[in-house]
Design a protein around this ligand. Structure first.
Ligand code: NOJ
Ligand code: CA
Length: 516
């Protein structure tokens, strides 16, 4: 049941033949070559490295730390939104898609980051937030006007203030325009208008109406601007929810197919990863990669973040649902792109809230031996803590504890900033035993060294690569799977109860670790 290879061989009628999406096909979108080797590092810019002492991380700080990231083994970055914003949702409320937020630097700094990354054979993804803007965005300001203008239909409005949209929340009572504006996430994030797939109200517009078409073209212009400036692609926020009235996802599929055609024509090497969490839909729609997330059907957090995570040495977790969903996605998407399993992100609790350092090593062993492009959230390589009890910052709420400044060393502010402690974006983890890059690098058996080792191992062994095949052979305690490509076939065994991980190539031991 669990052998994808056998299933695929059966489908293709070639009994017993190896199934390897890497070699058999490329994605519908044509996976850019660099993605086949990509290992990503996610940076929350405000908390990574501050170079001008204002207490907020900045783009020059990211440039300064590129060598650190490269040395760790990551060769690609994803930057959370760095555009001008009132920061009601940490930058996911964009006020100007064309301008770097002054607190992070200038557009020229960002262009320089692209150049510096490329010099080091690294790639950079920006965060595209196509679903909504800040209220302060000039498009929304114009859309709120009573008189008709170019942006009247850029957002979704009901036809009078007393009518609320049925399936979404809305903003009402702040405009001269008579109507309620649909929102997407927080109540200060009005939804851009990409149209409805099924129309049930007179104020809803079809996807091919002039307003929705203009919105999509405007978003392509944004992509064009940054891709022309040297950016290598985008992580797309809430990618699955742009089209409204679309319960089966048919409209959103059409929308991203349209974007795919544009990219194929103008920027075929741009990489696209969706925040969608349903690879069977997103990769079909033309994304190269999709994340498994803390929401959606993947059971991702059965492994890392729940009462009894699979990787806990208590051994009370359950990996079965996860594997079943993973395989179902894998089979549906085989050859069409990558399913990416992140170590965490700016929306989830830090791994260290649930797992000890030893258990985190097992989680990392898993993350770096699975197919798909790995994504490492900044600080997860040193086991940064979820900082408890913080007041919400910029719409972070419970997410705030995972967004604290990177801990570099034992100097003031853990080397994050030369500013005063009061000026820092968020306080540094107050724990006396907090990990830093320095203290982790000094300890030979640290998480940092293990992560580095695993990334290096992944690079050395083609069977561990992003596009090599997988077969699960045991799905309880321990978890066993085979990874394979033309050159080699490896067996991975991870046993959280025993705190061991082993990788074998036939009789030969490739890795054998016990963290007891
Ligand atoms: C998902 C982002 O990851 C999250 O941080 C943000 O708040 C919402 N989308 C809204 O844009
Ligand atoms: Ca700064």
């Amino acid at each position: 049941m669990l052998d994808v290879r056998a299933k695929m061989a059966k489908k293709s009628g070639k009994k017993g033949e190896r199934f390897n999406p890497a070699i058999d096909s490329v994605s519908k979108a044509g996976l850019p070559d660099w993605l086949k080797e990509a290992v990503f590092y996610e940076i929350y810019p405000q908390s990574f490295k501050d170079t001008n002492g204002d207490g907020i991380g900045d783009i020059p700080g990211i440039i300064e730390k590129l060598d650190y990231i490269k040395e760790l083994g990551c060769n690609a970055l994803w930057l959370n939104p760095c555009f001008d914003s009132p920061f009601g949702d940490a930058g996911y409320d964009v006020a100007d898609y064309y301008k770097v937020a002054p607190r992070y630097g200038t557009n020229e700094d960002l262009f320089r980051l692209f150049r510096e990354a490329h010099k080091r054979e690294m790639h950079v993804l920006l965060d595209l937030v196509p679903g909504h803007t800040a209220i302060t965005h000039p498009w929304f300001q114009a859309s709120m006007k009573a008189e008709r203008n170019e942006f009247t239909d850029r957002y979704i409005w009901t036809d009078n203030i007393w009518t609320s949209p049925k399936d979404n929340a809305c903003i009402r009572g702040i405009s001269d325009r008579d109507g309620s504006a649909v929102t997407n996430f927080f109540s200060h994030q009005p939804a851009l208008n990409y149209g409805y797939y099924e129309i049930t109200e007179s104020w809803q517009q079809p996807m091919d109406a002039p307003g929705p078409r203009a919105t999509l073209e405007a978003m392509k212009d944004v992509m064009r601007f940054w891709l022309s400036g040297g950016c290598d692609g985008f992580r797309v926020d809430m990618a699955g929810s742009l089209v409204k009235g679309d319960p089966e996802g048919k409209g959103i599929q059409l929308l991203w197919e349209d974007v795919r055609a544009f990219l194929n024509k103008e920027f075929p090497h741009a990489a696209m990863i969706s925040e969608w969490g349903e690879p069977d839909r997103s990769l079909q729609a033309g994304f190269h990669m999709d994340f498994l997330l803390h929401f959606g059907p993947s059971h991702y957090n059965d492994l890392f973040r729940c009462e009894e995570p699979y990787f806990s040495s208590r051994g009370k977790g359950d990996v079965k649902e996860f594997v079943a969903r993973y395989l179902s996605n894998y089979e549906k998407t085989g050859g069409k792109g990558l399913i990416c399993i992140p170590s965490g992100n700016h929306d989830m609790d830090r791994l260290a809230r649930y797992l000890t350092e030893a258990e985190s090593k097992l989680a990392m062993a898993f993350l770096y031996t699975m197919p798909g492009a790995p994504f490492l959230y900044y600080g997860d390589e040193i086991g940064m803590n979820y900082v408890e009890g913080l007041v919400s910052k910029e719409g972070g709420y419970n997410r705030t504890g995972s967004r604290t400044p990177m801990q570099w060393d034992d100097t003031a502010n853990a080397g994050f900033s030369a500013g005063s402690p009061a000026s820092l974006y968020l306080p540094i983890d107050p724990s006396a035993t907090r990990p830093t890059v320095k203290n982790q690098a000094e300890r030979a058996d640290s998480l940092y060294h293990f992560v580095k080792k695993m990334i290096a191992l992944r690079k050395e062994h083609p069977a561990l690569g992003n596009t090599a095949g997988i077969t699960f052979t045991e799905v309880s305690y321990p978890l066993c799977y085979e990874r394979f490509c033309d050159e080699e076939r490896l067996t991975v065994t991870i046993d959280p109860k025993a705190l061991t991980v082993e990788i074998r190539d036939g009789e030969k031991t490739v890795l054998s670790e016990c963290f007891r």
